[in-house]
Design a protein. Structure first.
Length: 240
């Protein structure tokens, strides 16, 4: 059984086809990186896969369950850290964590919050309102919150955008620890990040999924010097 399986996934916004018929299979425990230039359709895909928006056409199965007939079950087993950091600005960091623990009815709430505070080094930030934190810290809190329900499938839309080099490396370590235990789909504009973290990479261009393979395979297929060159070739359609 695949963690994620889509068939002819399409999202249209009036005349604009944001996602144009994606067929994708992601294995359980796999870390899949979705790449593509601005506007390629990555966020729209993530939003459909994580049940934040509905497809215009096509099907999605999460752990073998169709999203249309099992939406409640599916929402319990996944979580998403959106591209636009999603935390309540007027609540403190602690209140944000408590609020989401409440939403998911987490049993051992205090233990779970303490665990996330330790993993993400949030102790000093706990009493501060989210809106006064720097952008990078808000992002870290947002990612910590996305782990509150121990999701089996985690979607991270540009998780390291705006993080400093140290914070980025810390987050990579956290993601590497989760690797293999849960299924992760992440988007990024950092080629190094995709290469370092992912099992496989999907490249989107104008709503289409134009390549799916490992970083090494993509480099070979394109006869490229490195992954960035391979990405540029594929994303701009040079090799097609
Ligand atoms: N709510 C919306 N209404 C109308 N059009 C939208 C909406 N959301 C996305 N689009 C359009 O869908 C297309 C894909 O956008 P999307 O946000 O998925 O791209 P992306 O690959 O995530 O880009 P980026 O790297 O800039 O985040 C774009 O043309 C965008 O303008
Ligand atoms: Mg996006």
């Amino acid at each position: 059984m695949y963690a994620i399986e889509t068939d002819n996934l399409i999202k249209k916004y009036k005349d604009n086809i944001a996602v144009n018929g994606i067929n994708l299979k992601i294995k359980q425990g796999e870390l899949f990186a979705l790449l593509g230039t601005n506007g390629a359709g990555k966020t729209t895909t993530i939003k459909m896969l994580s049940s934040l928006i509905l497809p215009s056409l096509g099907t999605i199965k999460i752990n073998g369950l169709d999203i249309f007939s099992n939406s409640q079950t599916i929402k319990q087993i996944l979580n998403v850290s959106p591209q636009e950091t999603a935390i309540a600005p007027n609540l403190t960091v602690k209140e944000n964590l408590e609020f989401m623990a409440g939403v998911y009815q987490i049993k051992y709430k205090n233990e779970k919050i303490e665990e996330l505070v330790n993993v993400f080094n949030l102790t000093e930030m706990l009493g501060q309102k989210a809106k006064v934190l720097s952008g990078g810290w808000q992002r870290k809190v947002s990612i910590a919150i996305s782990l509150i329900n121990d999701p089996q499938i985690l979607f991270l839309d540009e998780p390291t955008l705006g993080l400093d080099v140290i914070a980025r490396r810390e987050l990579w370590k956290i993601i590497e620890k989760l690797k293999g235990k849960i299924t992760i789909v992440l988007t990024t504009h950092y080629m190094e990040e995709a290469e370092k973290l992912s099992d496989r990479i999907g490249i989107m261009s104008k709503g289409n999924l134009v390549a799916v393979a490992t970083a090494d395979e993509l480099i070979r297929q394109c006869d490229a010097k490195n992954f960035e060159d391979a990405f540029v070739k594929i994303a701009t359609g040079d090799e097609l």
